[in-house]
Design a protein around this ligand. Structure first.
Ligand code: ADP
Ligand code: MG
Length: 688
């Protein structure tokens, strides 16, 4: 038996059980070796009958005193009763519907029973205990692993298989962490780790095992990211050169020093003859678009094309407008390509792209769909694109021909350590400064009782010439097919907008926009709002990221408790983008304490990083990422939020190793290389 042995070859496992195990992703012994327990139960302490604590599960060792008796009570109810004894007393055992135990329990044989002890005066009893012969020590007298299960697979069965897996394959697993590294970071050997994660002798061994396996997982992950980074920066890239001052002269404002620094970083990348892989990170409203525009302008100046990808059509259209206003005077030809650019217009655009008659194309994923060809793509920009993950970046790098420069722009305020990993293959420029004249957005939480006052405030803002967003919850736009309550929400926006327009604000210009609208209607509403032809825009979260209308000064969020903190922060980022004092009103009737605490956080700070950290603390990592995928491989033991210290150590160790052997070509590193490939199986480009 080895790690490749299929589970249906094991005694007691037929086709049916094998199928069920497959549901857990378990097909071979090796899979089971990597299927770690969820938690453990301490069954080490063993008691005499008299000393056994009453009411809590424990182990009692006793001898079966006489042949068990079986009684058939009625259909579906059979009892087996047995008496077990030790020097201190008698333990009465009752088993329901396990008639086979009548012969399985041998008189004169000692067993260890694990179960809850009940007491009636001096009598002691257990109902349905698990048991094994004294001396076996598989399910009693040990720390028992409790595995993630599925119906039809018991923990006993799975821990039995795990025991076989540990016994037959743990010693063959190759050690991928060099001895020196283990010494430096106090890590145990792999065989001990695998044995102990399944069957720890004590809690200390378990801790050692966990620490080692977490480190290993993070190490393999960060090695993969470092390889990816090395692989791309090693590549020769196009050289763009032009003077930054010539670009800033095009701007209607002076760039902040943080924006200038980001642009200088990029200019240095472009001049170096390597492929740029850069992340520009800056909170909402910090002015990232200008930095992107600089990239597009540099590419155009050097006779190359630039493709800029946005997460929504709305945002793509807005960027196309902004960039065209800014760059057309400098001779840059800007185009727009989204799913709703159809037929003739699309054909025209595609041929212009292929013919090099467009310098900067803005769009959605459509930019990289089949049939889109570029004359000479020199720069790819991804704006607020969480889906533009490791795999996509790697794929771009592996594109035939000369790899384009890559610029990723993100406001996603993820905790910094996490960013180090998720964007571990990128160089980072941080825009840590807002354009001048911005004051923090004042934020309030109100209940239904203040609704009329809130409407009054909307009116006041409009009277002063400002514009207002009112956002209602909706299901994620990006996930069609999961809209269970999508229809209700949809109606909510349209009916609510109708009500507002007719009853509350008959004298104001009210428009609405939601994800299910036809693209044309959507952009008509957005454009009207951007031009100041609407006073109030009622919307779902389609406006969550990127939308930029500096005259808007009030953001009202209905049912605010239904949004994540980071999402609220993004929404709030739609106001306070100009010189006007701005406000955010969160309407919520929630009574939940956590929900209230979250909303209070919004009032307390405007700092995206603090909000992200608070979000992570309140929701835990699983929820924090939720549908917002981070594009990293799935981890088994490590937890990005909890294992920050090990993460730093593992990252350091990975960088050191990759520094010594940049492509992991030394024979000693072959097992590590294989492990990385297994982890990054969706990113094979990593070793191209
Ligand atoms: P984000 O980082 O959220 O993408 P944007 O690029 O949309 O931010 O910029 C937000 C607003 O700030 C826009 O209206 C933009 O024109 C304006 N802006 C950007 N940089 C500056 C600056 N240096 N001075 C003044 N306004 C600026
Ligand atoms: Mg933006």
């Amino acid at each position: 038996m080895d790690r490749y042995t299929p589970l249906d070859r094991l005694p007691g496992i037929g086709q049916v059980r094998a199928k069920k195990l497959e549901k857990l992703g378990l097909a071979t012994l090796g899979d089971v070796l990597g299927h770690y327990p969820q938690r453990y139960e301490d069954r080490r302490e063993r008691y005499t009958v008299a000393q056994a604590p009453v009411g809590t599960p424990c182990c009692v060792c006793a001898m079966i005193a006489q042949p068990p008796t079986a009684t058939h009570i009625r259909k579906g109810l059979d009892l087996v009763k047995a008496r077990a004894v030790d020097d201190t007393g008698v333990l009465e055992l009752t088993f329901f519907n396990q008639s086979y135990l009548k012969t399985a329990l041998e008189p004169g044989q000692s067993y260890v029973f694990f179960g809850k002890v009940d007491a009636m005066g001096r009598r002691r009893s257990m109902t349905n205990p698990v048991f094994e012969r004294e001396g076996v020590g598989h399910i009693t007298g040990c720390i028992l692993p409790i595995y993630p299960l599925t119906t039809g697979i018991t923990n006993n069965l799975l821990s039995g298989i795990a025991r076989k897996a540990v016994e037959s394959c743990a010693q063959d697993v190759q050690e991928i962490l060099p001895a020196a590294m283990r010494g430096e970071h106090h890590l145990c050997q792999v065989e001990f780790a695998l044995r102990s994660i399944h069957f720890p002798a004590d809690w200390e061994s378990l801790e050692l095992a966990r620490r080692r396996l977490i480190f290993e997982e993070l190490f393999v992950l960060t090695c993969g990211m470092a390889l990816l980074k090395g692989r791309r920066t090693g590549e020769r890239g196009r050289v763009f050169s032009a003077a930054l001052e010539e670009f800033t002269a095009l701007l209607p404002f002076t760039p902040t020093s943080a924006q200038r620094r980001a642009m200088e970083d990029m200019a240095a990348d472009f001049a170096a003859g390597r492929v740029m892989n850069r992340l520009v990170q800056g909170d909402v409203g910090s002015g990232k678009t200008v930095v992107a525009a600089f990239g597009g302008w540099m590419a155009a100046k050097s006779g190359c094309q630039c493709a800029m990808m946005a997460p929504t059509e709305l945002l793509a259209e807005q960027h196309a407008r902004t960039l065209s206003e800014l760059l057309a005077p400098a001779g840059v030809r800007v185009g727009l390509l989204t799913g709703s650019v159809k037929s003739a217009a699309r054909k025209h655009l595609l041929s212009a792209l292929a013919g090099g008659e467009i310098d900067l194309v803005v769009g959605t994923h459509a930019l990289f769909s089949q049939g889109v060809e570029y004359a000479d793509l020199g720069l790819v920009i991804a704006d607020e694109q969480h889906r533009f993950g490791v795999a996509q970046r790697a794929a771009l790098a592996a594109k035939s021909g000369r790899a384009p420069h890559v610029l990723v722009m993100s406001a996603t305020p993820i905790p910094r350590t996490l960013a180090l990993i998720i964007y571990g293959d990128l160089d980072v420029s941080v825009i840590d400064e807002l354009p001048p004249g911005r004051s923090p957005v004042d934020t309030f939480v109100i209940g239904e009782d203040k609704r009329q006052r809130m409407y009054g405030f909307v009116r006041k803002q409009v009277r002063e010439g400002r514009q207002v967003y009112i956002v209602c919850p909706s299901v994620e736009e990006s996930e069609p097919g999961e809209h269970e309550d999508g229809c209700a929400d949809l109606k909510a926006v349209t009916t609510y907008a109708g009500e507002l327009a007719e009853q509350v604000f008959p004298d104001l210009r009210v428009g609405f926009v939601h994800g299910k609208m036809k693209a044309g209607d959507k952009s008509a509403a957005m454009t009207a709002f951007a031009r100041g032809e609407l006073d109030v825009l009622v919307s779902t979260t389609v406006i969550e990221v990127g939308v930029d209308v500096p005259n808007a000064s009030l953001m009202v969020v209905e049912n605010a408790e239904r949004f994540g903190l980071s999402q609220l922060h993004q929404l709030r980022g739609r106001v306070g983008r100009g010189k006007h004092k701005s406000y955010c009103v969160l309407v919520s009737a929630t009574k939940g304490e956590t929900a209230k605490e979250r909303l209070r956080t919004m009032c307390a700070t405007n700092d995206g990083f603090r909000i992200a950290e608070e979000d992570l603390r309140l929701r835990g990592p699983g929820d924090f990422f939720g549908k917002r995928q981070h594009g990293l491989p799935q981890l088994k033991v490590a937890d990005f939020a909890a294992d920050v210290e090990l993460l730093k150590q593992a990252k350091g160790a990975a960088e050191k190793l990759i520094g010594e052997d940049p492509r992991l070509e030394q024979p000693a590193h072959a097992p590590l290389k294989r492990r990385i490939m297994e982890m990054f199986e969706e990113t094979p480009e990593i070793f191209n």
